[in-house]
Design a protein around this ligand. Structure first.
Ligand code: C2E
Ligand code: CA
Ligand code: CA
Length: 796
């Protein structure tokens, strides 16, 4: 993949370079860059200036000369005089940029011819060349009169003019082989080669610095011979009316004679500027494009522009430097074009990259929003499902479980501590679950429910993790506040590979509902029991039928007084023996009865049954306190409470009502009112399942109860956990100080019994004494127990 990407990038880079190269080639071929190139060259002349050599002096046929002569063309005897004067002053060469091709006054012409012949080969006369139409490439030349030119040298005074009418170049000569004619400047500078190419005139040398004399002064021999001695003299027209003017890029309008003089200066000083061949310029442009090519990765626009600015300055400055060092005028326009294209290319690529990264970031944030709970920032249900799906696709041999972790009485807690702190608590719990489950991912499924995926190599490891979750310490400190948070766990195991994520999560949630309903810390999803929640209503119909049909009965579990080993009470626990489904545990239908409103009917039946059974026991000589469990839901039901009070009023009832601690915390007003009513009616009240919920000792103080039952979850660990022992101890002490007796539930071993006795526990209940048993077995059990007890006392 990355190799493919690399290839694609390289291809893009090559494509980009190709486009730049083609664009530069086209620009060069079509000549669109010429104005730019000329402009730059002109600029360079300001930068690179050279002094003139003072080897040439121009003799100007200026306005005073014309005026003095009185007419034009004037007699050529004037030129003869000038030649004589100049030669007398020591001129090396006298050259003319004056047309001598037409016959004029024969006498004057003869005088001129004589003056030329005076020093043969030192006078140069002008010719004008034009390409001829003959196939041999010979030039058509307009030459001076034969009589004049016989003793003179000839040189061309053609000035090549660019298409924009300006003079930038100067030719070394024209034509080839024996048709060759050297240019005036080349001839004056004694260039030996027969070159017919051109050079760029270096306007860095200033026309104004070339020494000059007025023709009239020369004619009248009124000049300083120093301006002439040993020098080359070029005579030409400067008077406006003679019209020998050319536009130049740098020096404004310049007379032809000065163009030749400047070209001579260039040649003499070795400043005839050459331009490198087009292919070199093109190659340089390509090289530059390669250097500036767009590389993969981020290019910060600022550094990009800095880099290009540096290159741009270099492109402008380097030719100036080179031109200063050597007579070379670089063409930079194609390089600038290459750079501009690279800049556009890079900018586009960078903007493109930024746009893409913005889109990517947006997508990521949308994904984050979609996958997280806004209040806690934790991954949400969707995230968990997605994660679960990938995990389900993994190794089948792994043991996998989904745990729905419910926070007990979350709304109450939120009411007490506020939204933000309760969110913090959820996050804190999530973090703890995360550390406990290491690679398990914790998600926030609903307000008070977190979800964890546990995946372990084997069922034992999984079970160990679940145990650790179950034993999580409720005490935590959140934002400086000490809070007890109790958790309930609903677990669903993957039992077959065709279970889908959604189904597994739903099962875990159902198991959690069950854990909450039955007040158990951990409930594992059981297909038989919770396969279809819609069966709940059917279950209640079944239950009502079962009540009439006598399928439901009460079993009794003894409560043993720890100090003397006497059984003084029993707890009534309901049992349902379904004709088809067998024994249905109370946890499976009490909760449903609460939810569906059948709980009152069931409880009233239980109370009647318990009263009746107690009467039977009493008749058999066993006077016991019978405890009946009262669902939290019923405490808010005034009618029910009144019903219970009337039921027992004025009777020797011997009833105790067990009310769960959580019921009190959930609705303290209703619970305290109901408890007060019950006690006023002579009923005993026991606070059940202490230690399961957000057990708060401070709540206990508000309650006016007779008994406190410590939940079996705290009891079983009382011998192992120092912390649980401390909780039990402090609970017992506080209960005693409030006048309550303490009963420990779920005592299964003599060690636990011993520890509890030591801690001051008043009574115990558990398998150690007896499982809950039917009424028919209870009488004989109690008799037997009494016998053992008596025997024990006798032995003692
Ligand atoms: P509970 O009120 O906490 O009842 C004690 C539970 O602990 C009983 O479970 C009992 O069988 C069990 N148990 C007693 N000794 C031990 C022991 O040594 N070890 C262990 N592991 N467990 C022990 P059961 O009978 O399954 O009842 C479960 C819950 O169902 C009860 O918990 C109570 O909340 C509810 N329940 C039972 N009967 C009634 C009833 O008539 N009315 C109402 N409202 N709830 C009832
Ligand atoms: Ca109970
Ligand atoms: Ca209990």
């Amino acid at each position: 993949m990355s190799r493919l990407l690399g290839l694609a990038r390289r291809f893009q880079s090559i494509l980009g370079l190709g486009i730049v190269a083609v664009a530069v080639a086209l620009a060069m071929a079509t000549g669109v860059l010429v104005p730019l190139e000329d402009g730059l060259a002109t600029l360079r002349f300001t930068g690179v200036q050279r002094p003139t050599s003072h080897q040439i002096t121009v003799v100007e046929i200026d306005v005073p000369s014309l005026r003095a002569a009185g007419r034009w063309p004037w007699g050529r005897d004037r030129f003869a005089t000038a030649i004589a004067n100049l030669q007398a002053a020591g001129a090396k060469v006298v050259a003319f940029d004056v047309d001598f091709s037409a016959h004029a006054a024969p006498e004057a012409d003869r005088l001129l011819a004589k003056a030329i012949a005076q020093q043969p080969g030192t006078v140069i006369l002008p010719t004008f060349v034009q390409p001829g139409d003959r196939a041999d490439g010979r030039l058509v030349e307009t030459s001076p009169l034969r009589g004049l030119s016989s003793e003179a040298l000839l040189a061309s005074v053609n000035v090549p003019v660019d298409t924009d009418g300006r003079v930038r170049r100067y030719a070394y000569g024209f034509g080839e082989a024996d048709g060759y004619r050297q240019s005036m400047a080349a001839s004056l500078a004694n260039i030996a080669n027969q070159r017919n190419d051109t050079f760029l005139i270096d306007y860095g040398m200033k026309v104004a610095e070339i020494p000059h004399l007025s023709f009239e002064d020369v004619y009248r021999n009124r000049f300083d011979p120093k301006a002439v001695r040993g020098r080359t003299i070029l005579i030409g027209a400067t008077a406006l009316e003679l019209g020998d003017e050319f536009a130049t890029p740098q020096a404004g309008t310049v007379n032809g004679v000065y163009i030749h003089a400047l070209a001579f200066e260039n040649l003499a000083a070795g400043r005839a500027l050459m331009t490198p061949p087009a292919w070199i310029t093109f190659a340089l442009a390509c090289l530059l494009a390669w250097v500036l090519r767009v590389e993969a990765g981020a290019a910060y626009l600022r550094s990009l522009s800095r880099r290009h600015a540096a290159v741009g300055v270099g492109l402008l400055a380097l030719p100036v430097l080179i031109q200063d060092l050597a007579p070379v005028s670089l063409s930079v326009a194609p390089l600038l074009v290459a750079q501009l294209l690279c800049l556009l290319w890079a900018t586009r690529a960078e903007l493109d990259r930024r746009a893409k990264s913005i889109v990517r970031a947006r997508e990521a944030s949308l994904l984050h929003l979609a996958m997280h709970e806004p209040e806690t920032g934790l991954p949400n249900r969707r995230a968990l499902l997605r994660n679960l799906e990938t995990r389900l696709g993994g190794s089948d041999s792994d043991a996998l479980a989904i745990v729905a972790v419910g926070i007990d009485r979350y709304p109450t807690m939120r009411g007490a501590v506020g939204y933000s702190l309760s969110n913090l608590i959820v996050r804190d719990v999530a973090a703890e679950l995360q550390t406990l489950c290491q690679d398990g991912e914790v998600a926030h499924l609903s307000t008070s429910v977190l979800g964890v995926i546990l995946r372990r190599p084997d069922p034992e490891a999984l079970a160990a993790d679940l145990r650790r979750l179950e034993d999580l310490d409720p005490g935590r400190e959140v934002a400086g506040h000490a809070v007890d948070v109790f958790l309930k766990l609903g677990v669903s195991h993957r039992t077959s590979t065709d279970q889908d994520a959604e189904g597994l999560l739903e099962n875990a949630t159902l198991a959690l509902d069950e854990a909450r309903r039955s007040n158990r810390r951990l409930v594992t999803f059981d297909v038989g029991a919770y396969a279809d929640p819609s069966l709940n209503l059917a279950l209640m119909t079944e239950m009502r039928r079962g009540l009439w049909a006598g399928e439901l009965a009460l079993h009794y579990q003894p409560k043993l007084t720890a100090a003397d080993g006497v059984i003084r009470g029993v707890e009534a626990l309901i049992r349902w023996k379904h004709p088809v489904r067998g024994n249905i545990p109370p946890d499976s239908f009490i909760g449903v009865a609460e939810e569906t409103g059948s709980i009152r009917e069931l409880t009233e039946w239980t109370l009647d049954r318990a009263l009746a059974d107690r009467a039977v026991l009493k008749a058999a000589g066993h006077d016991l306190l019978v405890s009946v469990n009262i669902s939290a839901r019923l405490l808010a039901d005034r009618n029910f409470c009144d019903h219970v009070s009337t039921l027992v009023s004025g009777k020797d009832h011997g009833l105790c009502l067990e009310i769960t601690e959580t019921a009190v915390i959930e609705n303290p007003a209703a619970a305290t009112a109901a408890i007060a009513d019950f006690r006023a009616a002579g009923l005993k009240v026991s606070i059940d399942d202490y230690g399961v919920g957000l057990s708060s000792l401070s709540y206990l103080k508000l309650l006016d109860a007779d008994e406190l039952k410590i939940d079996k979850s705290l009891v079983v660990s009382v011998t192992e956990s120092q912390r649980d022992r401390l909780i039990v101890k402090s609970t017992i002490d506080l209960a005693h100080s409030l006048g309550m007796a303490v009963v420990a539930e779920g005592v299964e071993t003599p060690e636990v019994l011993a520890t509890l006795t030591l801690l001051g526990c008043d009574a115990i209940q558990g398998y150690l004494v007896s499982r809950p048993i039917p009424l028919a077995e209870l009488g004989p059990f109690l008799t037997a127990w009494r016998g053992d007890e008596a025997a024990g006392e006798r032995a003692a």
